[in-house]
Design a binder for this molecule. Sequence first.
Ligand code: CND
Ligand code: ZN
Ligand code: ZN
Length: 375
Amino acid sequence: MSTAGKVIKCKAAVCLEVKKPLSIVEIEVAPPKAHEVRIKILATGICRSDDHVISGSFHSPLPCILGHEAAGVVESVGEGVTSVKPGDKVIPLFVPQCGECSTCLNPKANLCTKNQLMDCNGMMRDGTSRFTYKGKPLYNFANTSTFTEYTVVTEDAVAKIDAAAPPEKVCLIGCGFSTGYGAALKTAQVEPGSTCAVFGLGGVGLSVVMGCKAAGASRIIGVDINKDKFAKAKELGVTDCVNPKDFDKPIHDVITEMTKGGVDYSFEVIGRTDTMTAALAACQMNYGTSVIVGMAPSLSEIKFHPMLLFTGRTWKGSIFGGWKSKEAVPKLVSDFMTKKITLDPLITHTLPFDKINEGFELLRSGKSIRTVLLF
Ligand code: CND
Ligand code: ZN
Ligand code: ZN
C-alpha cells in the first residue's frame, strides 16, 4: 500500500532536552510539500556535531530530531521535484546546493546561502515543520534530521546515488568522510610532499588524514589526547602521533620543533577554541595554512595574538569539506564503489537504531570512531 500523500507514523529518536538521552518515540511525518522529498532512512552515522547539541554546547531549537549523516531511499516527492523519484537511493545533504545563490554560482564556494547552519531555525523553508510529536511540531536539525525512520528534506538537500551502494557504509559520505577528506583536498589543497598536522583523530579527523595522504603529504602529524586513537591513525597515514599530555610545553611548540618551523597545513578537528589557536600557531608562520573543521561551542570566542596572522599565516574554515554537495556526493559514492576511497576503517560499531544512546556513549567514552545505526 502506497504511503505517498499520507502522514506516516514512525519511530524517531527525539532530543527533548539537553544533557539527556534521546527519547525513542512514535512521531508523525507529514507528506513532502512542493520541492520537498520524503526519505526512508536506511542507515545513519553518529557525528560529534549531533552530540554538541545534546551536550548543550551548540544551540539548536528543541525538541528536535538530530542526525545529519545518512543514506536512504526516496519514499515520495512533492510537486515540482525532478532530480529524484520514489525508489531512488539517496544521501541527505546538511549543506544544500540550490544552484542559484551567490555561493552556488561561485565555482570556489560550497556553503549555499540556503543552508540552515547559521540561523538554525529548525523549520522547513516555509516556516513549518513536517514532524509532529504528541500533537506539537518538532524542530529539524541541519536540513536533514536523520535519527528517524522517515524524514523530509528540500530537493536541493538530497543527492541521488548509485542504487548498488551499501547504505551502512556510504552514509558516512553524508558527513564525516566528505567533511574531513574535502578539508584536506578542497579547502586546504594540500600538495604532494607537504607536512600536515591533524588535531583530533575521530571520524572527521581520520578522514582529513586520508585526504592529506591522498594529496601526497610526506609527513602527517596526528594530535590527540586519547592514545587509543593512534593505531588506526597510523594505519591510515599518520606518520607521527603526539599526545599533548606527554609534554610540559604547548603542543604547537612541540610541532614547530618537530618540523623545524611549523607544518604547511594544520587542521583543527575537535571543536575547541584552544586547539584552534594551537593549530594556527603550529603552521609555518609565513606560508602555513590552518583550517578549522571542528564546531566550536555556540557562545565561544577566540582570543589570539594578531602577530600569528600578521606574519602571513592563512586561517580558514571548512564546512562539508568545501564540496558542492549535490554534485560531489554521487561522485564520492562512485569513488567508494570503485575502491578509490575507503570507509571501512572509520566504522567501528554497527547497532540497531533503538540503541542510539549506546552509540553516543561509545563516542563520548572515546571507544568508537563511527557508529552506524541500522533501521
Ligand atoms: P570525535 O569526537 O570522534 O573526534 C574528536 C577527537 O578529538 C577525539 O579523538 C578526541 O579524543 C580528540 N580530542 C578531544 N579533545 C582534545 C584535545 N584537547 N586535544 C587533542 N585532541 C582532543 O568527533 P568527530 O570526528 O565526529 O568530529 C570532530 C569535529 O568536527 C567536531 O567538533 C564536529 O562537530 C565537527 C564537524 C564539523 C563539520 C563541518 O562541516 N565542518 C561536520 N561535522 C562535524
Ligand atoms: Zn558531522
Ligand atoms: Zn545555493
